[in-house]
Write a protein that binds this ligand. Structure first.
Ligand code: GLA
Length: 397
């Protein structure tokens, strides 16, 4: 497989290497292992590019492999910006892949419940697939029962993004960009989107979202990785300890549309303000859990004065792995993998059974375009959509 390494002491050096490789076409075989095995005392961060596959129409799909000096490795592909693997150490220094997915592009093309993907234009649901801006009603696909979900039939998870790798000091990353044309999936306006993935030396994976439009349009971008901190396919996530920094959540109807209330979590199975096992209350006979078939709800984050909120923390006791989520968004959808039912066989033949993964999708609230009391998701021409979410990976003794 043809691949290229981007590495150096800064962005300029990375560009020079990249240009040289492009110009002379000398991307070496096995560059990724080469990057990992250099003889420096301290391994350095690197980003490599390789072919991953082709769409049926021949469009190439590339994979970017981001490695930091601690050996953490993130691989993301240009199809959907999908994170296909994320290798982090446990408390004994053993690395494992902690995200669900497939070994090859065919898996993602065949059936993908949004494993690892960028979601847009609108993450989560819009009731009835309709909304009105300035007196004009727009109709979207209803691809989730009566509602519109995750950007429609061909959302941002199913398009091929342009991608540029970069290195900045000891961080490496890739900038994904996509021009969504006016009317795509029924949404108004040409929307230019940029999503930057950065892996830092502190084992942070940072998502920076940016968009501009030429007509008012709803925008609610998120990332849909499914995590299992015990390791991909190693069992259900019910023993993971979860903290969500939210005094309130948005209760839903049976089609998962918020009923408009901002309800207190106190005294309900939605109170994750102190770390609690995901499975501790998930099967209680409670109306909201019945509607979600478990957890599939938006939590209203407690936001202090700072722009960034510590939204959530997850800890897996057997491996000691932890993940902290920080975001500028007002909400997070906690989804406990309720629709996984063993019908999907993912990486290395692993079967994804009920609740084998969880998602923490930072976002604005579901159905905001039809809920005037929720924070607005309408991007206006001349304004910039900016949003940042960081997942921090760690271990506890
Ligand atoms: C989101 C939704 C869930 C489900 C998953 C994908 O998290 O809220 O209901 O659709 O995506 O299966």
């Amino acid at each position: 497989m043809k691949s290229q390494v981007f590495r150096g002491s800064g962005l300029a050096a990375a560009h020079i290497v990249a240009l040289a490789l492009l110009h002379y076409g000398c991307g070496a075989e096995g560059d990724r292992s080469h990057a990992m095995q250099q003889t420096d005392e301290q391994p350095r961060a690197a980003v490599t590019r390789a072919e991953f596959g082709q769409l049926p129409d021949g469009t190439p799909v590339d994979a970017f492999t981001l490695t930091n000096a601690n050996g953490v490795v993130v691989r993301a592909i240009t199809y959907g910006g999908i994170i296909t693997s994320l290798r982090v150490p446990d408390r004994n220094g053993q690395f494992d892949d902690v995200v669900l997915g497939y070994d090859d592009l065919a898996g993602y093309l065949e059936e993908n419940p949004y494993f690892g993907a960028i979601i847009g234009r609108y993450g989560n649901r819009i009731a009835g697939g309709r909304f009105t801006i300035d007196g004009q009603t727009y109709t979207l696909a209803t691809n989730n029962g009566p509602n519109h979900l995750h950007g429609g039939v061909t959302g941002f998870d199913k398009v091929v993004w342009q991608a540029e790798p970069f290195e900045r000091g000891d961080s490496v990353g890739v900038v994904f960009s996509y021009a969504s044309p006016d009317g795509e999936e029924g949404y108004p306006g040409n929307l230019d989107v940029r999503v930057t993935y950065t892996l830092t030396a502190a084992n942070e994976l940072v998502f920076d979202y940016y968009a501009i439009t030429d007509k008012p349009t709803p925008v609610n971008l998120t990332q849909h990785s499914y995590f299992n901190l015990a390791g991909d396919g190693r069992g259900d996530v019910l023993g993971h300890q979860l903290m969500i920094n939210a005094d309130h959540f948005t209760p839903v109807d049976s089609t998962l549309i918020p009923n408009g209330a901002i309800a207190p979590v106190a005294g309900t199975p939605f109170d994750f303000r102190s770390a609690t096992a995901i499975g501790a209350r998930i099967d209680q006979d409670e109306a909201q859990l019945r509607n979600g078939l478990g957890y599939d709800h938006n939590f209203v984050l407690n936001r202090g004065d700072s722009a960034v909120t510590h939204a959530a923390q997850v800890y897996e006791p057997r491996t000691g792995r932890s993940m902290d989520v920080y975001t500028t968004e007002p909400g997070v959808q906690f989804y406990s993998g309720n629709f996984l039912d063993g019908s999907i066989t993912g990486k290395a033949g692993r079967v994804y059974r009920h609740r084998y993964g969880f998602c923490l999708e930072t976002q604005h609230f579901p159905n905001s375009p039809n809920q005037p009391d929720f924070p607005s998701t309408i991007l206006q021409p001349g304004d910039e959509y900016r949003s940042t979410t960081t997942y921090v990976f760690g271990v506890r003794p």
